[in-house]
Design a protein around this ligand. Sequence first.
Ligand SMILES: NC(=O)c1ccc[n+]([C@@H]2O[C@H](COP(=O)([O-])OP(=O)(O)OC[C@H]3O[C@@H](n4cnc5c(N)ncnc54)[C@H](OP(=O)(O)O)[C@@H]3O)[C@@H](O)[C@H]2O)c1
Length: 290
Amino acid sequence: MGKILVTGASGVVGRHTLLHLLKHKSANQLVGLVRDPSKAEDLTAKGIELRQGDYLDPEALDRAFVGIDKLMLTATHAFTDRNTAHSNAIKAAVKAGVNHLVSMPIMRKPNSAFTMKEITEEDIFTKKKILASGLAYTFAEHPPFLDNIHFYIGQRAHETGVLVPTGDGKFTAATRDDLGAAHAAILAGIGHEGKTYRLTGNPAISFAEIATTLSEVTGKKVPYRAVSEEEYTQIKAAEGWPAFVVDFAKGWVHGMNTNEWAEETNDLETLIGHKPTSPTDFFRKHYITA
Ligand SMILES: NC(=O)c1ccc[n+]([C@@H]2O[C@H](COP(=O)([O-])OP(=O)(O)OC[C@H]3O[C@@H](n4cnc5c(N)ncnc54)[C@H](OP(=O)(O)O)[C@@H]3O)[C@@H](O)[C@H]2O)c1
């Protein structure tokens, strides 16, 4: 029987996907693609084979994808050549005779005009490449990561208050653990070919509601204050982020404030078989001790 390969196995989403796959499949059916095997020794210890390869090295991808039946294409980093990286992986999957490819584009509203440098255009490009490849595919569309929320509101938001540019839109967010569990369910299951899942968390929440939730879980008033773009730039710069990353954060916040990820679906819950981690659960368990 062909194996399941997950790219980006040294990263958070890829690792969670493989760890959840272990609940469905034996380790000898699983493979992780890594650039540096020393970064995923925990997976080797669980019996998962690691194959070395870089998205920018097509020959290495050809070698790594031999004997692979299903492939999870974990999206690569912003601020790199994501188009070439994803395109190389898709081409290698076709060459290797992969039977099913799962990818994780960012969710978009139907007919959305929202664009975000480094993310949206590259994800649209990747989807088109997959559709043109002839591969059987599943699009596991992602909302913003809940466990990355500190990037937008600050690691100490429960002390400083939630200070973000003006906007009353809502957004859903999901943890990378829940998203990895959904990927595993798709890869280990049957009947997911040709489908698009919108893996939203629940409920959608605004930044003002995040402050209310933080107040509830900490037991003290956490203010929400809408700040100007200029003040937000200063806040993020003071946290040590370079200007291009500050702009990136502003792009995400703009999408959140304008309801780009406001839709709630049951796709994530259905795939993982339980309610996804809610913002309240997440803040209670992780954030206030961060
Ligand atoms: N929805 C959201 O809110 C959101 C937010 C941020 C990012 N994202 C997207 O989600 C993706 C996964 O997130 P994550 O948290 O799991 O990221 P992560 O922990 O940084 O993992 C990214 C993985 O991609 C691998 N990778 C990078 N460049 C590669 C290359 N040239 N060839 C092969 N592998 C390469 C990394 O390998 P190394 O360990 O060798 O670097 C790592 O394993 C990100 O890459 C980004 O596209 C989504």
